[in-house]
Design a protein around this ligand. Structure first.
Ligand code: 2BA
Length: 112
């Protein structure tokens, strides 16, 4: 792997998508590291996926990440209380998934 042409892909995905993203990348022969991370805004857990790969494989890597972490809406049950102290369940639509991806030039790559 020539370090001159190597990139580091950093992808922040939701915990729900992290297994399918990493298994699809592994199947496609990428080396993957998963970090348990926390979003600064929501203060909730997410997963940062690190992939070091040759320049010419970056596009395919980003495509796999995008395919496995598509932004979608899901209907989940939610509850609200009435003033009189009773609770009702009603469905709400929430957005899940999506990925934030950075591609960085790698100055050096060592395996010792
Ligand atoms: P996204 O923009 O899809 O970002 C999802 C997670 O990706 C973020 O989690 C953060 O961990 C990471 N991330 C996104 N952009 C980044 C960047 N430029 N540098 C480093 N990390 C980055 P959270 O921080 O918990 O944000 C969750 C979602 O809340 C965001 O989704 C965005 O829709 C919203 N959000 C984030 N910051 C916001 C703000 N200051 N005001 C309003 N909404 C915000």
């Amino acid at each position: 792997m020539g370090s001159d042409y190597m990139k580091l892909v950093l992808a922040i995905v939701s915990n729900d998508d992290s297994s399918s993203v990493s298994s699809s990348l592994t199947k496609a022969n990428y080396s993957v590291t998963r970090l348990a991370t926390t979003g600064g805004f929501l203060r909730a857990g997410n997963t940062t996926i690190i992939v070091g790969c040759d320049d010419d494989r970056v596009d395919n890597c980003v495509e796999i990440i995008g395919n496995e972490s598509k932004r979608r809406t899901e209907i989940v049950p939610s509850t609200a209380s009435y003033d009189i102290g009773r609770y009702a369940s009603f469905p709400v639509e929430v957005q899940i998934g999506g990925a934030t991806v950075f591609v960085i030039d790698v100055a050096q790559f060592h395996k010792m």
